[in-house]
Design a protein around this ligand. Structure first.
Ligand code: HEM
Length: 488
């Protein structure tokens, strides 16, 4: 070294001392710089728990998942932020939460800055080529092409095609429901084994393994968002993931090769396989990820909302009456489902109100593509992750009035206000909203009608043979609550 003979151990010792010091100095400088940038934004004293994942947090703390988030907004106001150690969360250094209508309007208007969801979320590792993960990089980007190829699946022509399939599924549900109620079961699972229309053992296993694989996909997507990269490779977990991938891939191949579905029926997967633009089709990997994206984005969201709606209907006898009055005037088995808002207006409002009270997507994410200042004072560097808190908007007294936590479908009569975004906003808004209405609103009407029929019959039989003939209906409701154990 410059003519001076420095022993190797000295160099090694120097490096051992200086390297950590240099890294520390670098992180300190970065931390200070970040602190300066974020100085105007209120921040919680303990940002940690939020990033355990809200659902995980709920499990640990025994809260409902939404409470910690609501508490932060209560403590810190409508806009606040969090800084994370960049070396632990390389894609999510700054997190900026807002439920302030003025700031949200500004975000919506800055389309060239906030056009993509953040990179590095779970979607990017489980379905990287699907709409939820792809970034919007202009009209020629994969995202834009996928959006154009997927959009026709939710057009009138397709919704009309799905109508008969939805009502067939509803029929099957009726069978399952009735058979299980008769068997004394309160759950809606598969038909009991001895039922003439029950699936064979092999088919039952195939259905169950498909549904298990779907759950693994969902839980991996959730867990991989915000956990250290290596955690997913924990052997038992990784093996489960691999086998779920195999099961999902096999099922997709079967459907695309025509083995599972009736060829005369409209098939969303095949339609996507054939979709093209100037000869450009999706590759096999893109198609697979897009199909799984539709499954991920469309299944739990619609299922949970409809379940919440059923629960609220069960809790609110006057709402049951109105849904029944609406459905009894219609031939539910044969109605076209292109516009359920027009054909089932009250049931549509009930479903919307359930979505407002129990939003399935509690926040919408965007990533800043450039340095930006919001509200004239929040200076955010490029890459900041913005979370628009839909839950707070949906439960805001300013927007909905002092009875915001009461279940009152009538408040949806005029449609929903501008600053209510259950399906997101802008170019990245939910592409499957119309299908969600068809499935959710129709199934809600259908289940209420069919369970009520059963219970009316039950009430009739029970009042003759089991109960005191003179007993009064509960809470003025002619049939008991639909969810056992939730009678008021
Ligand atoms: C209750 C039902 C549903 C709710 C509440 C819901 C909500 C949402 C929300 C909030 C987003 C993100 C929007 C944004 O970032 O601005 C989204 C995106 C998406 N949804 Fe839905 N969704 C539902 C049903 C469905 C269904 C049935 C499908 C399809 C089968 C679907 C497919 C998608 C896709 C593919 C995206 C990504 C769009 C893109 O980034 O280009 N969703 N949804």
């Amino acid at each position: 070294m410059g003519g001076v003979d420095v022993p190797n151990w000295c160099v090694a010792a120097g490096a051992a001392v200086l390297t950590p010091a240099a890294i520390y100095a670098y992180l300190l400088r970065q931390g200070r710089a970040r602190q300066a940038i974020f100085a105007e934004t209120p921040q919680p004293k303990e940002p940690g728990p939020i990033f355990a994942g809200i659902v995980e947090l709920a499990k640990i703390q025994g809260h409902t998942p939404l409470e910690p988030l609501k508490k932060h907004f209560k403590d810190l106001g409508l806009t606040w932020g969090v800084r994370l150690p960049v070396w632990l969360f390389p894609h999510m250094e700054f997190l900026f939460f807002t439920a302030d209508p003025a700031i949200i309007a500004e975000i919506q208007s800055k389309k060239d800055v906030f056009h993509s969801r953040p990179s590095g979320t779970g979607f990017a590792s489980t379905v990287p080529e699907g709409l939820l993960a792809l970034r919007n990089e202009g009209p020629q980007s994969s995202w834009a092409l996928h959006r154009r190829l997927v959009a026709p699946l939710f057009s009138d022509r397709f919704l009309e095609g799905y109508s008969s399939q939805v009502s067939d599924k509803a029929d099957m549900l009726r069978l399952v429901l009735n058979a299980n109620i008769e068997e004394g079961e309160a759950t809606m699972t598969l038909l009991p084994e001895r039922h003439p229309q029950a699936l064979s053992k092999g088919d039952t296993e195939r259905e169950l393994s498909f549904s298990d694989a779907g759950e693994v996909l969902l839980s991996e997507t959730q867990r991989r968002t915000g956990e250290p990269f290596l955690a997913r490779y924990w052997p038992p977990r990784y093996l489960r993931w691999l086998s779920s991938q195999k099961a999902l891939g096999k099922r997709i191949d079967e459907v695309l090769e025509g083995g599972v579905v009736d060829p005369s029926r409209l098939n969303m997967l095949k339609a996507l396989q054939d979709a093209h633009e100037e000869g450009r089709k999706m590759s096999k990997a893109e198609l697979r990820d897009e199909i799984l994206t539709l499954l991920l984005a469309g299944h739990e969201t619609t299922g949970y909302t409809t379940s919440w709606a059923l629960l609220e209907v069960a809790r609110n006898p006057e709402v049951q009456e109105k849904v029944l009055a609406e459905t009894s005037a219609l031939d539910l088995d044969n109605m076209p489902l292109t516009n359920v808002q027009a054909s089932l207006p009250y049931t549509w409002m009930v479903w919307q109100e359930a979505l407002r009270m129990h939003p399935t997507v509690i926040q919408h994410a965007r990533q800043a593509e450039a340095d930006v200042t919001l509200g004239g004072k929040y200076t955010l560097p490029k890459g900041t992750l913005i979370l628009i808190c839909q839950l707070i908007l949906a439960h805001s007294e300013e927007t909905w009035g002092s009875d915001v936590m009461a279940f009152r479908p009538e408040r949806m009569e005029q449609g929903y206000p501008d600053m209510y975004l259950p399906f997101g906003f802008g170019g990245r808004a939910c592409i499957g909203k119309r299908l969600a209405y068809v499935e959710g609103v129709y199934l809600l009407a259908f289940i209420v009608a069919c369970v009520a029929q059963w219970y009316l019959y039950f009430d009739f039989v029970a009042s003759r043979f089991l109960y005191n003939k003179n007993s009064k209906p509960q809470n003025g409701c002619p049939y008991p609550s639909m969810v056992p154990g939730l009678r008021r």
